[in-house]
Design a protein around this ligand. Structure first.
Ligand code: G1P
Length: 280
């Protein structure tokens, strides 16, 4: 039902300098696959087939990653190395890829607004690739949210409980608990101090948005850090209509931080890479 998924990938990866000086942070590999490919695979698994990217200067490696590479294909065709291309070939065969550029860094809300012409007037997913989500043997987070969308037909944010001293890193929600793990949002604050935080339920980088969000973002003034925040636009949508918050099943790694990135690498190495290497 939801065909499109948006990947805002214009941001700088300052915490990973110098690695990200000439390479997009979304291309950092967790074992041998770049973060952005995990994100696209999650969207495909969630039933989506039209991938839209908001890129920026210095991000052309992402565009190249989701294109055919004649030299490489010709070079390794018929050799034992072909298996290394299997996952990206599968991705390229399962979706289309469109790109637009955000010219100025004015926040996540502004990045999403930049994709208005790519998205049009249908509901869409949003994945922030530096939040890597894994749900071993189960449906991925975007798939879980797409299923909920069928039921509620409104914007949905994925949330997790975080320690109080971490709330300042996230958008934080408060809401009425409808059933286990599902809230109807009535408050939302971007990167609050501990005393401003309405709860310890933090938004992670997975959203389903209804297209009326574009008009709301257009009228949303810059908020925290002088940036147009999707959190502020969603709060308006929640107050005028409905926004749900969903405690997802699975594990999320904050690959925008060194600690989270190393944890993700260990997890994928132990649980995916070593298992795929086991005989039989
Ligand atoms: C963004 C959002 C924030 C959300 C976070 C999830 O912040 O603005 O509400 O909690 O992603 O990763 P960023 O991490 O881009 O500063």
């Amino acid at each position: 039902m939801i065909k499109k998924c948006l990947f805002p990938v214009a941001g700088y990866g300052t915490r990973f300098l110098p690695a990200t000086k000439a390479m997009p942070k979304e291309m950092l590999p967790v074992v041998s696959k770049p973060l952005v490919q995990y994100a696209v695979e999650e969207a495909i698994e969630g039933g989506m087939s039209e991938m839209a990217f908001v890129t920026g200067r210095g991000k052309s490696a992402i565009t190249d990653h989701f294109d055919f590479s004649y030299e490489l294909e010709t070079q390794i065709r018929g050799t034992g190395k072909e298996e290394y291309l299997a996952s990206i070939r599968q991705v390229l065969d399962s979706a289309t890829f469109s790109f637009t550029r955000q010219r100025e860094m004015k926040g996540l809300g502004h990045a999403i607004y930049t994709a208005k012409t790519l998205i049009g007037s249908e509901p869409f997913g949003v994945i922030l690739a530096d939040d890597l989500c894994m749900n071993a043997n189960g449906v991925g987070v975007m798939g879980q949210m797409a299923k909920l969308y069928k039921q509620f037909r409104c914007s949905i944010v994925a949330i997790m409980e975080v320690p109080q001293d971490q709330v300042h890193k996230y958008g934080v929600i408060a809401g009425e608990c409808m059933k286990e793990g599902l809230f109807r949002v009535d408050d939302m604050v971007e990167k609050p101090t501990q005393s401003e935080a309405p709860s310890n339920l933090a938004i992670i980088g997975r959203y389903i948005l209804t297209p009326d969000i574009f008009d709301i973002i257009k009228d949303t003034p810059p908020g925290k850090n002088g940036e147009v925040q999707i959190t502020d636009a969603l709060l308006k949508q929640a107050r005028d209509g409905c926004v749900m918050a969903y405690k997802f099943q699975g594990t999320r790694f904050d690959c925008g931080s060194i600690d989270g990135f190393v944890e993700a690498t260990n997890y994928v190495y132990q649980n995916i890479y070593l298992k795929s290497e086991e005989p039989g």
